[in-house]
Design a protein around this ligand. Structure first.
Ligand code: SAH
Length: 234
């Protein structure tokens, strides 16, 4: 067993998740590091950091939401985080990975083929442009490291069905972001955010998860074009 797999097993057990998923994660992690030599997928380059900061950070979400049987979209998934590790610990979820960059989506398709995950869908596109086709189509939207919360809410909330939720992974110091997003969240059909705090397993890196329940439909007219979202965040 590789060091990465051993680290992942320990972390998954600590999270109360099935440690057997570590084998597929270690394989995925090796593919990530290998492909990262020829294209920019991640700034994280050691196996231990990939295990903790990508995989275990992603899996930590499983403690805060019930993904069983849910349709989930990961907006701006990059190399697959947090969506794909979550799918590996919760096989009943129906996962759609969404990213604007073609080369990242190509990588994700290669990973899904290697890990034999034919039910995972990887789409190349911008979230605000996909909203016409996938409006209120998902139970849950997740996202990490894509944009500040007021902008991110407009990218993600239109994709979530009423009764579903939007989960944004943030660093510990996101108070300002959170208060500046209140109006955006309310406008887009969300309830006041709940905040969960955790440390990345095996580290003392503090993280926050912003949990926003969608209680009303997103009004027509949102999302706007990205130029407008960026210029005048809600
Ligand atoms: N979620 C991953 C990647 C973060 S990097 C992680 O945490 O490791 C941000 C990613 O978001 C990039 O891959 C970029 O292509 C994508 N992105 C940025 N804006 C987007 C948009 N409007 N729609 C879809 N993807 C977007």
């Amino acid at each position: 067993m590789s060091d990465m797999e051993r680290l992942l097993r320990g972390g998954l057990s600590a999270l109360g998740l099935p440690p057997d998923a570590a084998e597929a994660m270690a394989r995925y992690g090796r593919m990530l590091l290998e492909r990262n030599r020829v294209m920019n997928l991640t700034a994280i380059t050691s196996e231990a950091d990939v295990a903790r900061l990508h995989f275990l950070d992603s899996c930590a979400l499983a403690a805060f939401a019930d993904f069983r049987g849910k349709s989930v979209v990961d907006v701006g998934t990059g190399a697959g985080f947090p969506g794909l590790p979550l799918r590996l610990v919760e096989p009943s979820m129906r996962l759609t990975l969404l990213d604007a960059q073609r080369k990242r989506v190509d990588f994700l398709r290669d990973v899904c083929a290697a890990l034999e995950l034919p039910d995972v869908t990887a789409i190349q596109g911008r979230a605000e442009e996909c909203a016409a086709e996938y409006r209120e189509a998902f139970d849950i939207a997740v996202s990490r490291a894509v944009a500040g919360l007021p902008v991110l809410a407009e990218l993600c909330m239109p994709l979530v069905r009423v009764g579903g939720e939007f989960l944004a992974m943030k660093s510990a110091n996101c108070d300002e972001e959170l208060s500046s997003a209140k109006r955006a969240v309310a406008t887009l059909g969300g309830e006041a955010a709940q905040v969960a705090e955790y440390a990345i397993p095996g580290t003392d890196v503090p993280r926050r998860l912003i949990i926003i329940k969608k209680t009303r439909p997103t009004p027509p007219g949102y999302p706007r074009t990205f130029a407008k979202i960026k210029k005048k965040p809600l």
